[in-house]
Design a binder for this molecule. Structure first.
Ligand SMILES: [Zn+2]
Length: 186
């Protein structure tokens, strides 16, 4: 199943998502739906709030990028960043903010504790593109968007586009919505 992607200015993208207590069949289905919705939109990462669920769950798959073709898809539940080191700058985009890109500085290496799709506790050190995508998606679980992290002058450049998105002018090739699904789900 493919669910529409929530678009910038949707309330759910600004909420702090709730931790999961476990993985049941409903969550298993949702994980499948998230991978399908992400791939349908040609994304490399997707957080649950982006399909209308305010829970601490994200998926990513960077194997469509040439230099990362060996990378395995990941399901990440209740992530905690334990430590970080270094910084680097990379251009980011977001399925919830179509048509907007910008350079974001983030730590280059992260140590992460999380639960996998079986709710088994995992930890690991991530660098490069994986560290980047993980931090972008974890931000989503805290109601933070990459445009919040742009330098002021960069943010000024993308402001007209953000205003368009807020006004409902959305140019995206995948199903999307601005209805606060969070309200529908209570
Ligand atoms: Zn995003």
């Amino acid at each position: 199943m493919i669910l529409p992607i929530t678009i910038y200015s949707d309330d759910i993208l600004r909420k702090k998502a709730k931790p999961l207590k476990g993985v049941d069949s409903e969550i298993e289905d949702l994980i499948g739906t998230m991978f399908e919705s992400m791939r349908n939109a040609s994304g490399i990462g997707l957080a649950a709030p982006q399909i209308g669920h305010s829970i601490r769950l994200l998926v990513l798959d960077i194997s469509c990028m040439k230099e990362y073709s060996d990378a395995k898809p990941m399901t990440v539940i209740n992530p905690h960043i334990l430590s970080v080191r270094g910084t680097n700058m990379m251009e980011e985009g977001c399925l919830s903010i179509p048509g907007v890109q910008g350079d974001v500085t983030r730590p280059s290496v992260i140590n992460l504790k999380y639960r996998d799709e079986h709710f088994d506790e995992k930890s690991g050190e991530f660098s490069g593109m994986l560290a980047r995508v993980l931090q972008h998606e974890i931000d989503h679980l805290d109601g933070t968007l990459f445009v919040d992290r742009l330098l002021k002058r960069e943010r000024r450049k993308v402001l007209p586009k953000l205003n368009d998105l807020s006004a409902g002018i959305v140019d995206a090739s995948y199903p999307h919505t601005r209805t606060p699904l969070s309200e529908l789900q209570g």
